[in-house]
Write a protein that binds this ligand. Structure first.
Ligand code: PLP
Length: 465
């Protein structure tokens, strides 16, 4: 393999060429520029490229092997050793799960892994069609607000399925809800809005993300009807982040009464509502489902959705619909950060929407999740008497209320000893409700038998603790 490597050597130096090569490679490894496991060129190739004698390189490599920087394996050449301490990876605030979790049999945490299979065949078909028909302009930088074809499909889809009131030019494609929230926080800061109401309980990463974006998160309590609007009004904030369709993590659906009250609050105060419709495509109860809050007050609500819960978080694909002035501000802010969302993914998603394959995928996903939810309910009845599944109409996870008096933290610890990692309700609260212990159980990614087994293990943990 004719590998190349950039090495700086000075010919008329007092330091020998061997020592120069040796110290250069050592420095590059120490500074993380040459990464663990990197394969280096053969001594013959490097000597040729540097125009030095081969013995110079052989000696330098030999010294570095002796000092533990490189390893030479017969047939596999010379590599940087893999066990050198590299800088710890930066974990995004939204994904920081608070430390190391040992390998376990059942991981019930919500988040990226809590998703059933990706619709590979459908995606591949759409991607292929897009690639076959892509014009040269489709490989250019995408428009910052998103590919026009996807914005049009999203406007149609969101109107049809979620009742969102938006034309295509009020829709913006973003890199997941994370980017929508980052941009919104930046705009709030620019406008002098220093605080954002957030639901308590809510997404702990979002709370920290808002804080680190320079906006003060102000917790507002949630009950079985969703966010407490009176309490919100009492905080004096002028913007709030809510999950009305399926409160995260309790699963409460914002009641009609509260929806009206929330919209009234926004109109009376000139407030802004950020509607995080993170699992908007999921609803597995029969009968009508709540539509987007945005439709009630499109001038006061930014609606935001994501493909993370229906397709895959790795796509980094999300969308928002905002009042025109705010959308323009969001675009101006984004213009300082990136050059848009990857275009082929956008076009493939537009094709998935246009062809109806996304609707079909959601039907299957909903049937799958309903099945896991039913299995969870049955397992909770059987192995966790006195507990009950709350917020059962939708989602990839469920909130399991435990009987009063249960020591939630001790149960979480005992479950881990039985190889089940599950978070308690306290992990999502700013002000933990020890009088209402709970578990947040991601179920969608598990086989049916896995849901039952994991809950049985938690039940044993509770009995035998
Ligand atoms: C409450 C909530 N909102 C939004 C998201 C999706 O974020 P993103 O679109 O950045 O993946 C998640 C994902 O876990 C979530 O839990």
């Amino acid at each position: 393999m004719a590998l190349h490597m950039a090495v700086e050597v000075v010919r008329d130096s007092e330091t020998s060429l061997t020592a120069q090569i040796q110290s250069f490679i050592k420095r590059e490894i120490s500074e993380g520029i040459l990464h663990p496991g990197t394969r280096l060129p053969s001594s013959r190739r490097l000597a040729h490229d540097l125009d030095v004698s081969r013995s110079v390189v052989v000696e330098a490599y030999g010294q570095l092997v002796a000092e533990g920087y490189l390893e030479a394996t017969q047939g596999a050449g010379t590599r940087v050793v893999t066990h050198i301490d590299a800088a710890p990876p930066v974990v995004p605030t939204l994904l920081d799960e608070g430390g190391h979790v040992p390998a376990v049999r059942w991981d019930l945490r919500t988040g990226g892994r809590n998703l059933p299979a990706f619709p590979r065949r459908e995606w591949l078909g759409c991607y292929q069609r897009v690639l076959q028909s892509a014009a040269p302009a489709d490989h250019d930088y995408p428009p910052l607000a998103g590919e026009p074809g996807l914005r049009a499909e999203l406007a149609r889809y969101l109107g049809r399925v979620r009742g969102v009131r938006a034309t295509a030019d009020q829709v913006m494609v973003v890199a997941g809800f994370a980017q929508a929230l980052g941009l919104l926080c930046a705009v709030l800061r620019q406008d002098g809005t220093g605080a954002l109401g957030i639901e308590d309980p809510g997404h702990p990463g979002q709370r920290q993300f808002v804080q680190e974006s320079g906006v003060r998160p102000v917790p507002v309590p949630v009950d079985e009807e969703g966010i407490d609007v009176e309490a919100l009004a009492g905080t004096g904030v002028s913007a709030v982040l809510v999950t009305p369709a399926h409160q995260f993590p309790t699963g409460a659906v914002l009641s009609a009464r509260r929806r009206e009250a929330l919209v009234r609050w926004a109109r009376d105060t000139g407030g802004l509502i950020i509607e995080d419709d993170y699992d908007g495509g999921l609803w597995y109860e029969r009968g009508p489902r709540p539509l987007a809050l945005q439709r009630l007050a499109p001038d006061h609500v930014v609606y935001a959705g994501t493909a993370s819960k229906s397709l895959a978080p790795g796509l980094r694909l999300g969308w928002l619909a905002a009042p025109p002035d705010l959308l323009a501000q969001l675009l101006r802010t984004r213009a300082r950060h990136d050059l848009g969302t990857e275009s082929l993914t956008q076009l493939a998603f537009a094709e998935l929407l246009r062809s109806g394959l996304f609707d079909r995928h959601l039907r299957r996903l909903n049937a799958h999740c309903r099945d896991r939810r039913d299995t969870l309910e049955e397992a909770v009845r059987r192995y966790l008497p006195g507990a009950r599944v709350i917020g059962r109409a939708a989602g990839l996870h469920a909130y399991v209320g435990l009987p009063r008096g249960t020591d939630e933290a001790a149960l979480v610890a005992a479950a881990l000893r039985r190889s089940v990692v599950v978070r308690g309700g306290a992990a999502y609260h700013v002000r933990p409700r020890w009088d209402a212990p709970a578990l947040v159980v991601g179920h969608a990614h598990l086989p049916r038998s896995g849901v039952a087994e994991a809950v049985r293990a938690i039940g044993e943990a509770r009995r035998l603790r």
